[in-house]
Design a protein around this ligand. Sequence first.
Ligand code: OXD
Length: 309
Amino acid sequence: MGILIISPGRDLKRWTDALQAEDPSVPLLFPDQVQNPDKITFALAWDHPSGIFRNYPNLRCISSFGAGVDHLINDADIPPHIRFVRIIDPLLSNDMFEFTLAVVMKYLRKLSLYCRYQGKSTWKKHAYLRMADVCIGVMGTGVIGNHVATGLKKAGFRVCGWGRGPGRKTAYKRYHGRTQLRDFLSSSNILVNLLPLTSKTLGIINSNLLTSLPHGAYLVNLGRGAHVVEEDLIRAIDSGHVSGAHLDVFDPEPLPGHHPFWTHPGIDISPHVASLTDPGSVAPQVMENYYRNMQNKPLMNMVSRELEY
Ligand code: OXD
């Protein structure tokens, strides 16, 4: 009975406050407070210690703290009957849109360069790009990617998207499947990665993909660090084929202090902050899934363990 919460290193006060406000009668338990592991049927988890779920023989459902579930999919110790659910939240999608817009505008107007100039008291002007000069390619057109692509289109950009299957009708041109990937890439002056990390997308941003982009293209990685083959990205930027990258996600995180990305002049870094799950906004859906799991009802925002997202 109750929700088992596992997220080492995270300050969980806002989460426990939000869940308690939603339903004060539901006990919230951390692993060291669980007296009877047999009673745990529902967990909320992020970056859990591998193998920890073996301690809860009656666990039936694990909710991710966020949109991504690669941390759950990649734990081979979690038995196949345990269902995974993820967070789908309009605030999470819109925060991702706002962050993407900020990064794209920073790139067009060369703001990173001026920040570097400020450090050296340098007064030097450069030509800039306009919205009309670029087409943004959004790779991954699920709930978040579709919201980002639609928002960028509404803001006045030319936008195209790429996803696994044909999918629904969209406000932007959407490519799908491996056969249309090259056409999508050749249209993308700015490539925004919002794919889930799966066995099929691991290392997808490699030299093959990067050379298919138009000369001078810019990469924005908001998916997962492991989507990128790091040496291939550095080589593509050093050769001038890719003009630079904004990276928000890394493998591992935090990005180690000695990593070449930190000092590369073509790379801007943010610490996995593009879109942070808001506990108050998502507590109702976590609680709803807790009730549904207790009553053996169909869950909200179920993950396909076969598709891995
Ligand atoms: C998520 C994330 O998956 O924060 O929600 O990366």
